[in-house]
Design a protein around this ligand. Structure first.
Ligand code: GSH
Length: 162
């Protein structure tokens, strides 16, 4: 794979998931920042849902839609197949369980990011800005409330960031 490109911002847990896959597989990649508050037209063209991340595999296409995949789960599946990484286990059952965990992490645990970023708003302005932006999303308050309830049981009160 010619060095892939991730389009996104590093405060996004979905972007970091893709970075984690590339890093653990030892694949070098380029990173291009996208301002999610003002997405450029060329980015909207490759991200129909107007979300980050999008991956470009330059060996499949260097411009426009060809060579791009949107959505972190789709990207991770693609990377798994392309790199033969074995991320989804060996059996069909393993793959189903991994997909279920991934979905749970995205729909519920990703909100941890927002809980943590609210708590650290003073010392990390970029995260505070991100949190404010995400608050505009439909369902944010309901999701956050259910996550806080669950997280209250699962994680210690104070989360240390290093
Ligand atoms: N299901 C998507 C979710 C991605 C997502 O929600 N990204 C957020 C940033 S964390 C985003 O692009 N928000 C911009 C917007 O919705 O306008 C994935 O896994 O890639």
């Amino acid at each position: 794979m010619t060095d892939p490109v991730i389009y996104g911002t590093r405060v996004s847990p979905f972007v970091r998931k893709v970075e984690a896959v590339l890093r653990t597989q030892g694949v070098a990649y380029d990173f291009e920042n996208i301002n999610i508050m003002d997405m450029p037209d060329w980015f909207c063209e490759i991200s129909p849902a107007r979300r980050i991340p999008v991956l470009r595999d330059r060996s499949a296409g260097r411009e426009g839609v060809p060579g791009t995949i949107a959505d972190s789960s789709a990207i991770c599946l693609y990377l798994d197949r392309k790199l033969d990484a074995g991320l989804y286990g060996e059996t069909a059952f393993d793959a189903g369980r991994v997909a279920a965990l991934e979905e749970f992490a995205e729909s519920e645990l990703a909100q941890l990011d927002l809980v943590v970023s609210s708590a650290y708003a003073d010392c990390w302005p970029a995260l505070a800005e991100h949190t404010e932006a995400m608050k505009a999303h439909t369902g944010f308050v309901d999701n956050l409330a259910s996550c806080q309830k669950m997280l209250g049981k699962l994680v210690p009160k104070k989360v240390e960031l290093s």
